[in-house]
Ligand binder design. Structure first.
Ligand code: ADP
Ligand code: MG
Length: 336
C-alpha cells in the first residue's frame, strides 16, 4: 500500500468518528486484521452487501447520503436477524481520490455508525469503478436470532411500515424502476416536502433494529423485504416448508402512495416494489397481542397467515385466491 493510500485511510476512516472504541472490539483499524471478543452467551451474526454505483445508488449522489444508505441497508439485515449491531468493515473502490467526496462520505458513515453504536473496524481501499462493500457484524443471544425457517401453520404474518414507499423513493429521484409501466407515477407532481420525504426513504432508510430486538423472542420467523414483500415472504415459506396467505386488502399504504398511485399500482408497489427496509415477521397466534403492544409508534400491520402447503397465495376481501402470474412477478423482480 502506498503512503498516500495509508494517509487516506487514516484521515477519513481510522481517525474518523466512525472508528470509535467499543466493548468487544479488542483491535480495530491498523493491523492486518481486527480482533473481536464475542461476549459469553452471544452469537456473532454477519451480513455483507455490495453496492455498485449506478446500479444500487446514483454515482453522482451526495456521498454523505451514499454512506448513510450503504450502512443502513446493511444494518437492516441485522435487524431482520434480531441482532444488535456490533461493528462493520468497509471495502471501498474509488475511481479517483477526491477529498470533498471522501470527507462527506466519512461524515455520513460516522453519523450512522455512532447512531447505531456500530464502529468501523477495518476495510480495504482500491482504485476502480465506484463500489462499496460492507460487512456488518451483530450480536444476538445464543439461539435467539430471527431466522427464515421457523414459521408454522397458524402463525400471523405482519409487516412493519408501509411497503411500496421504497420504489416511490427510487422513482422520486427520477431513476428508472422495474415497475415504471405499472406505477405510472408522475414524480414531477410531487410537492417539495413530499420529494424530501421520499428522498429520505431512499437515502436514509431506518433499519428496524430496536423493534426486532424487542420482539425477537416472540416471532417465529422474519426477513427484511428489501427485494419486495411477495418474493421475500416466499423465502420464509420455502425455508419453513409452509404456505403464506396474504390478504391484499390489508396491505398498508402511506399517504403518499394513496395520493399518487391508483389502487392496482399501489398493490404492485407494496407487493414487489423492493427497496423497502421494513420487516416481515411471523408470530404465533397466542403471542400476537404482546407483539403488537411492542410496536409503540411503529406501524405494524397484520397482513395474512401461515398455512400448510407451499408458496405465497394472495387473497381478495372474500378470501378467494387472486391468481398472480408468477411469471410476471419473476419478470419484474430486481436482479441483484
Ligand atoms: P493489508 O495490506 O494488510 O490488507 P491494508 O494496508 O489494506 O492492509 O489496510 C491497513 C489497515 O487499514 C487495515 O487495518 C485495514 O483494515 C484498514 N483499512 C483499509 N481500508 C479501509 C477502509 N476503507 N476503511 C476502514 N479501514 C480500512
Ligand atoms: Mg488490504
Amino acid at each position: 500500500m502506498s503512503q498516500s493510500e495509508f494517509d487516506i485511510i487514516r484521515h477519513y476512516f481510522a481517525d474518523s468518528a466512525a472508528a470509535f472504541p467499543r466493548a468487544g472490539v479488542e483491535l480495530g483499524i491498523g493491523d492486518d486484521a481486527a480482533i473481536l471478543e464475542i461476549p459469553e452467551g452471544q452469537q456473532l451474526c454477519l451480513s455483507t452487501d455490495v453496492l455498485i454505483a449506478d446500479i444500487h445508488f446514483p454515482a453522482t449522489a451526495d456521498p454523505d447520503l451514499i454512506a448513510n444508505r450503504a450502512l443502513a441497508v446493511n444494518l437492516s439485515d441485522l435487524a431482520a436477524m434480531g441482532a444488535d449491531p456490533f461493528c462493520f468493515t468497509l471495502g471501498l473502490c474509488l475511481p479517483e481520490i477526491n477529498s470533498h467526496w471522501l470527507q462527506a462520505f466519512s461524515t455520513g458513515l460516522s453519523r450512522l455508525a455512532r447512531q447505531f453504536d456500530c464502529p468501523l473496524i477495518g476495510g480495504d481501499l482500491n482504485r476502480g469503478p465506484l463500489a462499496i462493500c460492507m460487512q456488518v457484524q451483530g450480536l444476538v443471544p445464543e439461539g435467539k436470532a430471527i431466522r427464515r425457517d421457523g414459521a408454522r401453520p397458524g402463525d400471523a404474518i405482519y409487516v412493519t411500515g408501509t411497503p411500496g414507499d421504497g420504489v416511490l423513493g427510487l422513482a422520486s429521484l427520477g431513476l428508472p424502476t422495474h415497475l415504471d409501466a405499472q406505477l405510472q407515477f408522475d414524480q414531477s407532481a410531487l410537492q417539495p416536502d413530499e420529494q424530501a420525504l421520499l428522498n429520505a426513504v431512499y437515502y436514509k432508510p431506518l433499519p428496524r433494529l430496536e423493534f426486532a430486538r424487542s420482539c425477537r423472542e416472540l416471532v417465529s420467523a422474519g426477513i427484511d423485504i428489501s427485494d419486495g414483500l411477495l418474493g421475500d415472504l416466499g423465502h420464509i415459506a420455502t425455508r419453513s416448508g409452509v404456505a403464506a396467505q396474504l390478504r391484499l386488502a390489508k396491505l398498508p399504504a402511506s399517504a403518499l402512495a394513496q395520493k399518487y398511485l391508483e389502487p392496482e399500482a399501489r398493490q404492485w408497489a407494496s407487493l414487489c416494489g423492493g427497496d423497502d427496509y421494513e420487516l416481515c415477521l411471523t408470530v404465533p397466534e397466542h403471542k400476537r397481542a404482546e407483539f403488537e403492544a411492542l410496536a409503540g409508534g411503529l406501524t405494524v400491520t397484520h397482513v395474512g397467515s401461515i398455512v400448510e402447503g407451499g408458496g405465497v397465495q394472495c387473497l381478495d376481501e372474500k378470501g378467494k385466491e387472486v391468481p398472480m402470474a408468477s411469471q410476471s412477478f419473476q419478470h419484474f423482480r430486481v436482479v441483484d
